[in-house]
Each structure stands twice: as structure tokens, then as C-alpha cells.
Write a protein that binds this ligand. Structure first.
Ligand code: ZN
Length: 428
């Protein structure tokens, strides 16, 4: 039998590495004919042959009475070491765990002289590395789903239209995976382990994730620091999961075909976002923070944008006057801390993570001041009209104007007074 693996060869006496690091190799195990002895009898000998890019003809290691130890403690992690007596070398093997286990089991049978190995090694050669390093896999039918395991070195995995209900732990352990597309399945939730992958592209189009309440996989630091493209379209989402705004490297975000009525003010945290697709939703407005983003493509085609309701906005703008003086409970410590940062212009890098998060996600008043612990009365919906100064391509339904929600930092804000004057003028 043959396995494709990575092998580091170490000489136990000189501690010199025959290979400077783990190199892609083939390990073959089987019987090789020995030259005939004087009586004309030949006996087969069990051998392991190592092929590396430098040892193309293969280095033979006798098995019988020649193996000092086999370390199998980490075989489930795909690692094992075989120490030979002659030459005094250790082979440090890294391989797909299932293949490695099979190889070691066959080796054990061979060492016990159980004649189970049919393979003749006389003509054996190294396996083509190409076949091993399968880096892409696409599954479009249920029957194509691998029964045992996915190839360990996969970088791109697509599983479409297979009625998939959950992502297996095995998928979440494919450490080389950068592209995962599980469109058009039946996923209702995603495991937290998904956050351990360095994905740059995650396509979850057409699943049932609108019912999911735990999005903590997006808090996984590896995923959060690598994700550039996220497709959550057609999932019956009614609100944008907040952990999405923490994926600070996001460039493309697709939220088409959902039931979103609002986008959070915290979306301004996505400083690298270049394309935002929210067509075919139920957006009534956009957060004013949309003007803080530098988006190249904004698609809000087919939404439910509605203009301001003057009476309602007027009532809200004045309500803040009425009970402005009545609340004098002490402000929580985190709020005082956040305000102190602004007041003393402290460098943001030196702050605790929780404060950085507060500051990055806090809505901004039109006057530029950050608003924490926001009361509903401080948000006036659908009063503004975004300027879209930073947006290069805007797609929207021309029959509807686009409105934005505005935040007002307090009664003394200059914007607040402008609003009041405007409303008074409109009502009278
Ligand atoms: Zn203000």
C-alpha cells in the first residue's frame, strides 16, 4: 500500500536532518523479492520505501527486526514516528489521520508475519503528488458526499443542493480551507467551530439561517480576521446579526432576498466594505452611518423606503425636551469611560477591547459626536436623505426616495434645534 504524506527524516545519532523540513513524500509498504540464495530459494521481505522529491528511486527500510519503536500517540492528529534500527533514522510522518491509521495497522500485521499484504514493491514508484493535493472539491448531489473524510488539504469546498442540515465537525477541521460555499441547503445553525477556519469567502446563500440566534462562530478570531466575502442572501433574515460588523476585513457583503427592515448604525465599523447588496428586502431606511462607509457598490433595489412622518418625528424631537431633566441616575462606568475617551482624545489603540468595540459601534450624531446608551427618542427614523458621497455605484428603485435614520446626541445639539425648527415649519 502507498500513502501520500509529509515526512521529516532525522538521524538519531547525528541529529542531522536528512530532509531540512517535512517534505511531500510517498511511503510504500509491501514485499520486495530478495535475490535467490545458493539453494535457489528466494524469500520476500517486507519493506517500507520512502520517496521524496530528492530521493526519486526511493530509500528502502527493512521492516522485520528492524523497527525500534513506532510512536502512535498523535495518530488521530495525523502524526506518527517510525524509528528504524538500521539506518538509525526516525521518519516523522504527517498524513491524513485515516490513511495513516490504515498504514500503521497494515504495518503491524506485516510485522506479526500475517501475510495480508499483496502489494509487490518491485515496480513501485512515488505517487503523483497532484492526486494527493486535492485542493478543490464540489459536491452537487447527496450521493457524492464523502462517506469517510474530506481530503485534508482542501482549500475550496462547495456543497450545493444536498439538503445539508448541519456542518460536520470534520469540515470545521479542514485547516487549509479558505473558500466554503454551502448554498441551497437546509442549514438552520452553524457550529461555533467554524470560527476556527481562516476562510476568506463564506457563501451561505439560500439556507434557513433566519431562525438562528447564535452567531458566535463569527466571533472566532481566525474567521473574523480573514473573512472578506460573506453571502447571507435568501435566508429569511429579519435583522443583520451584529457579529457581522465585527468582521472588520469584510469587502463584500451580500444580504439580498431577506426580510431586513433596518441596518444597524454599527455597520460603520466595516471600514473595508466595498460592496453591499441589500436588494429585495424590506428596508424602510438606511442608517445615516451609510455615508461613513466608502462603498463602491450599494444595491438597495426593491425595498420599502418611506419618507418621514412629520408628526411622529416632531413628537419624538420634542419628547426629549419633556423628560430631559427628569433622569439623573448615575451613569454606568463603561459609559463614563467611553465619554472620557472622547473628551481627552485618548489614543484608541491603548484601550481595552470592550471600549474599542463600544466606540467603533456607537452611532454618530449628525454633529459628529458619538452617542452611547442610545434612547429610542434620540433616533429619528426616515428624516434624512443620505448624500452617498462615497458611493460609486448605487442601484435603487427610482420610484422610492431613500431615507436615512438620524441620531441626535442630546437636547443641546445644534442638529436637534435645526430639526425642531424644520418640523415646526412643516407642521405650521
Ligand atoms: Zn449632536
Amino acid at each position: 500500500m502507498k500513502i501520500l504524506c509529509e515526512v521529516l527524516v532525522v538521524n538519531r545519532f547525528t541529529h542531522a536532518n536528512r530532509t531540512p523540513w517535512s517534505v511531500k513524500s510517498t511511503l510504500a509498504l509491501g514485499y520486495k523479492g530478495r535475490s535467490l540464495d545458493s539453494t535457489g530459494n528466494g524469500k520476500d521481505e517486507l519493506q517500507i520505501i520512502l520517496f521524496t522529491p530528492k530521493i526519486k528511486k526511493g530509500q528502502c527500510y527493512k521492516v522485520k527486526d528492524n523497527i525500534q519503536t513506532i510512536h502512535t500517540k498523535y495518530v488521530l492528529d495525523g502524526k506518527a514516528t517510525i524509528a528504524f534500527k538500521k539506518p538509525s533514522q526516525n521518519l516523522l510522518i504527517k498524513c491524513d489521520p485515516i490513511q495513516l491509521k490504515g498504514f500503521l495497522q497494515t504495518l503491524k500485521l506485516g510485522m506479526e508475519d500475517k501475510d495480508v499484504i499483496n502489494l509487490r514493491l518491485n515496480t513501485v514508484t512515488a505517487m503523483a503528488q497532484k492526486s494527493k493535493l486535492q485542493t478543490k472539491m464540489a459536491i452537487n448531489r447527496h450521493c457524492d458526499y464523502p462517506i469517510k473524510a474530506f481530503p485534508r488539504y482542501l482549500q475550496s469546498l462547495t456543497i450545493n443542493n444536498t439538503q445539508l442540515l448541519k456542518l460536520s465537525y470534520h469540515i470545521c477541521s479542514l485547516r487549509n480551507l479558505t473558500h466554503l460555499d454551502v448554498s441551497s441547503n437546509k442549514l438552520r445553525k452553524l457550529p461555533v467551530e467554524l470560527g476556527r477556519l481562516h476562510l476568506s469567502k463564506l457563501v451561505l446563500h439560500d439556507n434557513n439561517l433566519g431562525e438562528m440566534d447564535d452567531w458566535s462562530f463569527l466571533n472566532g478570531s481566525k474567521l473574523r480576521d480573514s473573512l472578506r466575502e460573506l453571502d447571507l442572501s435568501a435566508n429569511d433574515l429579519t435583522c443583520l446579526p451584529l457579529p457581522v460588523v465585527k468582521c472588520h476585513k469584510l469587502v463584500n457583503l451580500n444580504l439580498n432576498y431577506n426580510n431586513l427592515t433596518h441596518l444597524p448604525f454599527a455597520i460603520r465599523r466595516l471600514r473595508r466594505l466595498r460592496s453591499l447588496h441589500v436588494s429585495e428586502n424590506k428596508l424602510k431606511s438606511l442608517p445615516a452611518a451609510i455615508d461613513d462607509l466608502r462603498i463602491e457598490i450599494l444595491d438597495v433595489w426593491r425595498n420599502s423606503f418611506k419618507g418621514l412622518n412629520v408628526l411622529e418625528a416632531h413628537r419624538l424631537a420634542f419628547a426629549s425636551d419633556a423628560d430631559g431633566a427628569s433622569t439623573h441616575s448615575p451613569e454606568p462606568l463603561w459609559l463614563q469611560a467611553a465619554q472620557a475617551v472622547a473628551q481627552y482624545e485618548l489614543p484608541i489603540d491603548s484601550l481595552p477591547a470592550i471600549l474599542i468595540q463600544l466606540i467603533a459601534e456607537a452611532p454618530k450624531c449628525s454633529c459628529g459626536k458619538l452617542c452611547y446608551a442610545l434612547d429610542k427618542k434620540h433616533i429619528i427614523e426616515r428624516v434624512g436623505q443620505p448624500k452617498f458621497v462615497n458611493i460609486k455605484n448605487l442601484t435603487y428603485s427610482r420610484e422610492h426616495m431613500i431615507y436615512s435614520d438620524v441620531v441626535i446626541c442630546g437636547n443641546n445639539c445644534s442638529i436637534s434645534n435645526q430639526c425642531k425648527n424644520l418640523f415646526s415649519a412643516l407642521i405650521n
